[in-house]
Design a protein around this ligand. Structure first.
Ligand SMILES: [Zn+2]
Length: 94
């Protein structure tokens, strides 16, 4: 085994897994709902991601915003209009 091989093995074993930098929230419609900003309509059972919200910088931030979104729906409509499926790295989906 050469020195170069050893260096490569060490690099591989210590390289941190790069965390995703952009996260999107994904939803399943519970009832018909309409985005107040772009009028995108969600249907019951439909799976979709946020249409207007940006990608969030971490899973924690994405999940906090999802909690706020559900709280807003309950406050304004008396119930959640969407079910939060989860936050996924941008480009991935449930
Ligand atoms: Zn929208």
């Amino acid at each position: 085994m050469s020195g170069l091989d050893l260096l490569t093995e060490r690099d591989l074993s210590t390289a941190p897994t790069e965390p995703a930098k952009r996260w999107k929230n994904w939803w399943r419609g519970i009832s018909y709902n309409r985005c107040e900003r772009c009028s995108h309509q969600g249907r019951p059972g439909q799976i979709y991601t946020d249409c207007c919200d940006p990608a969030w910088p971490s899973r924690d931030v994405a999940e906090s915003n999802a909690e706020r979104q559900i709280a807003y729906q309950i406050e304004s409509s008396g119930r959640a209009l969407e079910e939060f499926i989860g936050a996924y790295p941008e480009g991935e989906r449930p």
